[in-house]
Design a protein around this ligand. Structure first.
Ligand SMILES: [Zn+2]
Length: 281
């Protein structure tokens, strides 16, 4: 069975694709790897040198940690896999600094764009994320250190905001059975996603790309008095929906996912070789 992946929609923050030729267990493994195993940069350590704001240092450190940062997986390593042994070096750590003295007459909001990175590739994905406010004549001076981590350890390292998949639906509508109820098709009103069009020919028809929206609720099939609808699930085909805050480009995300998937299979095989398995019937 060969694997077939087709991108349906893609923009900066959303990706919809279908994947064919894998089992549901593999589809779920892909979902879990994307959610929890892809390394992503986030603030890990903060040194607060001056904080005149009304927020506690701990709250500021938490807010800094949750700022999504653009990640470069080519240059940086996970601290535990780095030659420095996780102590922190230019191969596994990036520093962000912020030094602001509000000389204005009004309070000032400090945003993610005010953080200065020592690597221009590792910056906040959005420079308008508010961190805190300081009053006039107040100061805010910090040093923050970012490193790669995985979502399994902390949600701040999640590579995506949301990911889910659905079975691929295939609906068969036999409109020759629709002659008995031409004026008020119950099905077109019962579908919560409004996937049946009843505007032309006095017979219902499925809207284009209905499979993208259909969540297999079965209300059309169970409510049709003429039993004109059949719903099938296409074997080994799934639709994936991914929402990203932009920390990694989707092509890097997908290729890294399959790299980790293969590593896991290899690790499993290696561990299996050392074990004598007795199958008991
Ligand atoms: Zn290092």
């Amino acid at each position: 069975m060969s694997l077939n992946l087709e991108v349906i929609e893609k923009d900066e923050n959303n990706l919809i694709f279908t994947i064919e030729g894998i089992t549901v267990e593999m589809a779920n493994a892909i979902r879990r790897i994307i959610l929890t195993e892809i390394p992503v940069m986030a603030v890990d350590e903060v040194i607060i040198l001056k904080n005149d704001s009304p927020l506690y240092d701990e709250i500021i450190a938490h807010r800094l940690g949750m700022i999504p940062l653009k990640t470069d997986l080519e240059t940086y390593k996970l601290p535990r896999e780095c030659e420095c042994g996780g102590y922190g070096c230019p191969l596994c750590q990036v520093s962000l600094t912020c030094e602001i003295h509000n000389t204005d007459t009004k309070p000032k909001t400090i945003n993610s764009g005010d953080l200065k990175s020592n690597d221009p590739k590792i910056i906040p994905v959005n420079d308008k994320i508010p961190i805190l406010k300081i009053d006039r004549n107040d100061k805010f001076i910090i040093e923050a250190y970012c490193s790669l981590g995985i979502g399994k350890e902390h949600a701040k390292h999640s590579a995506v905001s949301n990911i889910y998949y659905r079975y691929f639906p295939e609906i068969e509508l036999d409109d020759s059975k629709c002659d008995n109820c031409p004026d008020k098709c119950i099905v077109s009103r019962m579908c919560p996603k409004r996937l049946y069009d009843f505007s032309s020919n006095k017979k219902p028809s499925l809207v284009r790309d209905y499979w993208k929206e259909c969540d297999l609720c079965d209300s059309c099939r169970t409510n049709c008095p003429e039993e004109a609808i059949k719903i099938n699930i296409v074997d080994n085909k799934y639709i994936f929906f991914i929402e990203s805050d932009g920390v990694l480009p989707f092509n890097v995300l997908i290729s890294k996912t399959f790299e980790i998937f293969n590593e896991k299979i290899e690790e499993f095989e290696e561990k299996l070789e050392g074990i004598d398995i007795e199958i008991q019937s």
